[in-house]
Design a protein around this ligand. Structure first.
Ligand code: SF4
Ligand code: SF4
Length: 201
C-alpha cells in the first residue's frame, strides 16, 4: 500500500457481480485508492458483506450474533450492525449491511475523524474509533441520505455511534447464518462498492 495517497485510480478492467436481487454490486480490479474530483483520496475496502436475500427466512440469527459479539453481551437488536427488514411488497426479508462505501459519506462528515479506514486489521473497512467518537450522530445522518435504515447505529448507553467493522475480518453474521444468505467478497486490490456505485431508496 506504499505511496497510495499519490496514486490515481486506474480502471484496469471490470468484473461485475450482482449477488442476489437487489443486492450489492461489486466491481473489482481497481487499484487501492479512489481519487475523487475534489482531490479527496480514500482507500477502498478490501472486504464487503454481500447478501442473497432470496435465501433469507427472517430468523434474525445474524442480528443476535452481531449484537452479542460487538456489544459485550448486551444482546439488544438495536445494537446490531446488520438490520433485517421485511419488505412491504412481497414480504421478503432483506438483511441490510454496511456497503463499506468507496466514497463513504459517513467517514467524510465525522468532525473528529473517529470514522476511519481500518488499515490496522487490514480489512480497510470503514470503522468507528469509539474512544474518539463524541456521539454527534453526523455519520448516522450522512449514511441515511443514501441508505435506509442508516447503517451506523447509536448506542444510547455509551453515547457513541457504532457500525460494522467486518468483525476484524471474520464477520460473525456470515459465519452463523444457517442458510448461507451472507458471504464476504474480498479483494486485495479493493472493492468499488457502496456509494457512489449504489444508492438505495
Ligand atoms: S455511508 Fe453507510 S453504507 Fe456507506 S460505509 Fe458509511 S455506514 Fe456503511
Ligand atoms: S457520532 Fe461519532 S463517529 Fe459519528 S460523526 Fe459523530 S463523532 Fe464521528
Amino acid at each position: 500500500m506504499n505511496g497510495e495517497v499519490n496514486r490515481r485510480t486506474i480502471l484496469k478492467g471490470f468484473t461485475v457481480g450482482i449477488f442476489g436481487l437487489g443486492g450489492v454490486i461489486s466491481l473489482g480490479n481497481f487499484l487501492e485508492v479512489l481519487t475523487f474530483p475534489n482531490g479527496q483520496k480514500v482507500a477502498l475496502a478490501k472486504g464487503v458483506i454481500l447478501v442473497d436475500k432470496s435465501l433469507c427466512s427472517g430468523c434474525r440469527i445474524c442480528e443476535m450474533v452481531c449484537a452479542n459479539f460487538n456489544s459485550a453481551g448486551r444482546n439488544a437488536a438495536s445494537l446490531s450492525r446488520i438490520l433485517l427488514e421485511k419488505e412491504y411488497l412481497g414480504g421478503d426479508y432483506q438483511p441490510k449491511v454496511c456497503h463499506q462505501c468507496a466514497d463513504p459519506p459517513c467517514l467524510k462528515v465525522c468532525p473528529v475523524t473517529a470514522l476511519q479506514v481500518d488499515r490496522q486489521k487490514g480489512t480497510y473497512a470503514r470503522v468507528i474509533d469509539e474512544r474518539a467518537c463524541i456521539g454527534c450522530q453526523k455519520c448516522v445522518e450522512a449514511c441515511r441520505q443514501y441508505f435506509r435504515p442508516s447503517r451506523p447505529r447509536f448506542d444510547v448507553q455509551k453515547n457513541r455511534a457504532v457500525k460494522c467493522h467486518l468483525c476484524f475480518g471474520d464477520p460473525q453474521c456470515v459465519k452463523f447464518c444457517p442458510l448461507g444468505v451472507l458471504r464476504v467478497e474480498r479483494s486485495e486490490k479493493g472493492l468499488l462498492v457502496g456509494y457512489p456505485v449504489i444508492k438505495e431508496d
